[in-house]
Write a protein that binds this ligand. Structure first.
Ligand code: SF4
Length: 626
């Protein structure tokens, strides 16, 4: 044993008490941190059936064994709880500055239960924890909260994690943000925080976390420095928004609520256009050389770089998906989403849903306060962001998420509700990227585009030193292939993404999307911890993490009937290069069945089998009601 453990701060908001738990080394090595450890804690500490917006939900924040050290991309961490959007496992990763500071303050994670009597925030400094009055910040936009807490504590270098007005008011896709720009966007975890009357967690610390083997760790830093080329890195140059034009060219830029795959104003809202016009800076996360984040300014609309700038998902969700082709307006909308702390994907999909309902007379002007919800109207999108953020007017309905909103509206609205398990679809179309049909249908959190790298990457597999060649991925698999080779490629790469989420590694720094190779990365993990982990063991961490999240959902009553896609995905794309392309229902079911068998999930119940649990060394006796 190398003596590597993790300190979890347990906080009971009802009793206003805290205690510290030390995660033993074997448990930590099996889960590493992040998503893996979060799923373990939720299964262990929360019974099934709790109300996601009640005091018994447990909200955890987990960093990892390498978080806060010097390697680019290792600042990421996880927020997780039972999701108010899906009623199942909710997990969402963010980067930024908060997690390294939490570790510097002496904790590797926080688990919050209960509900404070009135709004509080936590102030954690060098191991000390204080419950402080957050009433002055309740009902305030994110910028005011950040500034207010900095002033109150008299320290500009504190790091603040907060929920927004949307989270206070129970919008089911409210997000959590740190330092105004780094979001846990998905699964409505901001609403869980709001329901607990927990406005924010401010952290500051002086502890230095260092690798056990400094020379070995430095070798990985040197490798990355030598192999990373900023001038040629698309993530640095155009950010995630740089991919928008590729998707347009491929005919899979989600447009007008996924009816179309090509948007006539794609160029006008692209990352390239942003770089030429409103981009003023490239932001970054703690110790990251890649600096993929956008910071934009539109003075005449009051848009400031303080809130960063739109990522691809935001541009597409509030842009092409709603027919809006005005980049400046999208920058303003993006800022509003940040100020209310809303998930930009779910918000955009909810608005596109409302627009299509409006087109079909299911929603009328009487419902919108006189606003015309027509495709392409930036004013309508902006108006609805305010209403959703404040949960007022039709924003109360849309803030429930499209699944619940469609149920309430009836009259065929479900046809326009793009969701899986209640979570709105991200801005990638499974009809042109077939592996996403599995990612969306099978992800424990509902539709999720960050389960694995996407199909264009699979097309590039080759035997001559491909970075994933060590996994046996050495032959190209075509974009529209949806056979066994695609399922295998997805299954393997999903484990890589999953262990990245557990170890807190950014997908935009690690291979296969960027220059940090798997071998060098594993070397780094071992240098930090003194362990002798292999690629095999890390892949098992990924598989275990997915399996635990699946167990969580099975415990909540999910079945294979929930592993499905919206009907529109089985209909042809309306225009563009892939006009008419669809996800064939038979092919989908065959691929799903194959995935179940690979994952060791029972074909009838969807439950992980006893054999797979044993193989992954999952001890269900420590979990509640599994
Ligand atoms: S690549 Fe981007 S998101 Fe990832 S850690 Fe670096 S700056 Fe943050």
């Amino acid at each position: 044993m190398a003596g590597v453990t993790a300190k979890i701060l347990h906080v009971d908001l009802s009793a206003q008490t805290t205690r510290v738990e030390e995660i033993p080394e074997p448990v930590l090595r099996r889960h590493l941190g992040g998503g893996g450890l979060a799923a373990y804690l939720l299964l262990r500490d929360m019974p099934p059936g709790v109300d996601p917006l009640g005091p018994d939900n447990v909200l955890v924040f987990t960093t990892s064994i390498i978080n806060g050290l010097s390697l680019s991309g290792t600042n990421r961490y996880t927020a997780a709880a039972k999701s108010p959007l899906t009623g199942g496992y909710g997990e969402s990763e963010a980067g930024g500055w908060w997690a390294p500071e939490l570790r510097a303050a002496g904790y590797d994670g926080i688990a919050v239960r209960g509900r404070a009597e009135s709004p509080v925030y936590l102030w954690i400094k060098d191991g000390q924890v204080e419950f402080r009055d957050a009433r002055p910040y309740w009902g305030k936009l994110s910028g005011e909260v950040q500034e207010g807490i900095e002033q109150e504590l008299g320290d500009k270098r504190i790091r603040v994690l907060q929920t927004g007005i949307s989270g206070e008011r129970g919008v089911r896709f409210a997000a959590i943000v740190n330092q105004l720009k780094h979001f846990h966007g998905r699964c409505g975890l901001g609403a869980v925080m709001g329901a607990k009357n927990l406005k924010a967690i401010a952290v500051r610390g002086a502890k230095i976390n260092a690798p056990l083997d400094k020379v070995g760790a430095k070798a990985t830093l040197t490798y990355f420095k030598d192999h990373y080329d900023r001038a040629r890195d698309r993530f640095h140059q155009t950010g995630t928004a740089g991919g928008l034009l590729n998707l347009e060219a491929s005919g899979i830029l989600p447009t007008r609520n996924f009816r179309d795959g090509s948007f006539e104003h794609a160029k006008a809202i692209s990352g390239q256009k942003m770089a030429e016009t409103i981009l003023v800076n490239r932001g970054t996360c703690y110790a990251c050389m890649v600096a993929c984040k956008r910071e934009v300014e539109v003075k005449e609309l009051g848009v400031t770089p303080r809130f960063g700038g739109p990522e691809y998902e935001s541009l597409a969700a509030t842009g092409s998906l709603c027919g809006v082709g005005d980049l400046n307006a999208l920058a303003k909308i993006n800022q509003l989403l940040a100020q209310y702390v809303l998930d930009s994907i779910s918000t955009g999909v909810a608005i596109a849903f409302a627009m299509e309902c409006y087109e079909h007379g299911i929603i009328t002007k009487a419902d919108t306060g006189g606003v015309e919800l027509v495709w392409g109207s930036a004013e309508a999108v902006e108006h609805l962001v305010h209403l959703i953020g404040r949960r007022e007017g039709i924003g109360e309905l849309l803030g429930e998420g499209v699944k619940r909103a469609a149920d309430r509206l009836g009259r065929g609205a479900e046809r326009f509700a793009m969701h899986v398990k209640g979570q709105e679809l991200p801005m990638h179309d499974p009809r042109g990227k077939k592996s996403l049909a599995l990612a969306y249908a099978l992800s424990p959190t509902g539709a999720d585009h960050m389960e694995a790298p996407h199909d264009p990457l699979y097309e590039g597999f080759h035997p001559d030193g491909h970075p994933l060649g060590g996994l046996g991925l050495i032959e190209p698999v075509k974009m529209l292939d949806f056979g066994p080779r695609k399922v295998r490629a997805y299954y393997y790469t999903q484990q890589v993404w999953s262990f990245y989420n557990s170890v807190g590694m950014c997908d935009f720094v690690g291979t296969p999307l960027n220059a940090l190779g798997l071998e060098q990365f594993i070397g780094y993990v071992n240098s930090v911890t003194g362990w002798n982990m292999s690629l095999y063991e890390l892949m098992k961490v990924g598989e275990r993490s997915n399996t635990l999240a699946r167990l969580f959902n099975c415990r909540e009553g999910f079945t294979p009937a929930d592993d499905v896609l919206p009907a529109r995905m089985h209909e042809g794309i309306g225009n563009g290069a892939l006009k008419g392309e669809r996800v064939d229902p038979e092919q989908f079911l065959a691929a799903r069945r194959l995935y179940y068998e690979m994952a060791g999930w029972d074909a009838e119940t969807g439950q992980p089998t006893a054999a797979r649990l044993a193989e992954l060394e999952v001890d269900t006796s420590v979990f509640q009601a599994v």
